[in-house]
Design a protein around this ligand. Structure first.
Ligand SMILES: *Cc1c(COP(=O)(O)O)cnc(C)c1O
Ligand code: SF4
Length: 346
């Protein structure tokens, strides 16, 4: 193991890194040493970027191999022509989230846990994202709704965990997060605050003094669920970010999505788990792709997924095998692969 500094980054440095992100398709290509001729379907690609713009921080680009159109990190963020084809079974709201809305920007699908769509902003735009069609602008949670949220939680004392999701909740300023966390802590029935965030992977510098200050103080158990899909995402800076997060007393987990052409082979998934555990992060979920319109190119068939899961179980200690799950609209939990009820089975 290498020696890792457990110092947070200076406050706010991440903001300029975020602002300096690559937001144009052409610049993304030139940053990785590729040209348009390397890719098919210019018109469709333009349409795809109109639908869901390109956004990649340079900190993430720096971990890509240059000149390789199949680089697993590049593939997650590079728009492709097939995004705009309509594929049967791939819809705008595959998880039926609109139906789970209990407050503006707040969803409750599962017992005891409420999920807040805290912001629409993400540091990185992942092409497979199931929230790419979410009506963010219309339905966002905002600090002005804090009173409504508090009233809701006080009258729903079964909710013991509040999950800040998005978008990426760590795109919010720390003073807002700190205020929200301390108000949540005042609701006696809320015991845990969970953050679903890709920022410490996309821009590790997000783990700065201000973040650490409120996270270490808040009288709630904090759980941070990172999102990395490939071991190449986890460089030394991400390792440092994970160490600093752990130093606040938070529990650090990771969720991934099974993605064709990115991580759909057993050696890569096994290496991802090893690397995560090396940096003190426990693999939590491996999501089967949500069938969101535009993401069909990332789909891995059920038979292949089952094969991969078996191989992982053969290769890894149990704690390194993430739970392979699929979300289905209306189900009471994220359903482990192979345990889906109903006549269709798996
Ligand atoms: C994923 C999700 C959760 C959290 O589920 P866990 O199985 O506890 O990780 C909670 N609410 C919603 C709406 C979700 O999509
Ligand atoms: S919500 Fe997560 S997966 Fe979706 S674009 Fe943002 S960072 Fe990527």
């Amino acid at each position: 193991m290498t020696d890792i500094v457990v110092e947070p980054w200076p406050s706010g440095e991440w903001r300029s890194l975020l602002a300096d992100s690559v937001v144009s398709f052409d610049e993304l290509l030139s940053e990785v040493g590729l040209c348009v001729q390397d890719l098919a379907g210019q018109t469709e690609i333009l349409a795809a970027t109109d639908q869901f713009p390109v956004r990649v921080p340079r900190t993430f680009i720096s971990r890509m191999r240059r000149g390789d159109v199949n680089d697993p990190l590049l593939r997650q963020v590079l728009p492709t022509a097939d995004e705009v084809s309509q594929i049967e079974g791939f819809t705008d709201d595959p998880l039926g989230e609109s139906a789970a809305r209990v407050l503006p920007g707040a969803l409750q699908k599962y017992q005891g846990r409420m999920l807040m769509v805290a912001t629409a902003a993400c540091a990185v735009h992942c092409r497979y994202c199931f929230r790419r069609h979410f009506p963010f602008a219309r339905d966002l949670w905002g600090p002005q709704q804090l009173d409504r949220l508090m009233t809701f939680l006080q009258t729903h004392s079964d909710i013991s965990e509040v999950i800040l999701s998005g978008g990426d909740p760590l795109a919010l300023p720390d003073h807002q997060l700190a205020k929200m966390a301390s108000m949540l802590a005042e609701v006696g029935s809320v015991a845990r605050l969970r953050l679903h965030t890709r920022l410490p992977v996309a821009i590790p510098q997000r783990v700065d003094r201000d973040l650490v200050a409120w996270m270490s103080r808040v009288p709630l158990k904090v759980i941070v669920v990172l999102h990395a899909n490939h071991p190449n995402e986890l460089d030394g800076d991400v390792e440092r970010a994970a160490s600093v997060l752990r130093s606040t007393g938070a529990l650090i987990l990771n969720q991934s999505v099974l993605l064709a052409g990115v991580n759909d082979n057993a050696p890569t998934l096994a290496e991802l788990s090893h690397r995560l555990v090396d940096i003190g992060v426990l693999p939590y979920y491996l999501h089967l792709l949500d069938h969101v319109q535009g993401a069909a190119g990332f789909d891995v068939g059920d038979d292949r997924a089952r094969e991969l899961l078996t191989q992982l179980r053969e290769m890894l200690p149990g704690y390194m095998v993430p739970e392979m799950v699929r979300e289905s609209a209306g189900a009471a939990f994220k359903t482990p692969f192979g345990e889906e009820a109903g006549p269709s089975g798996w």
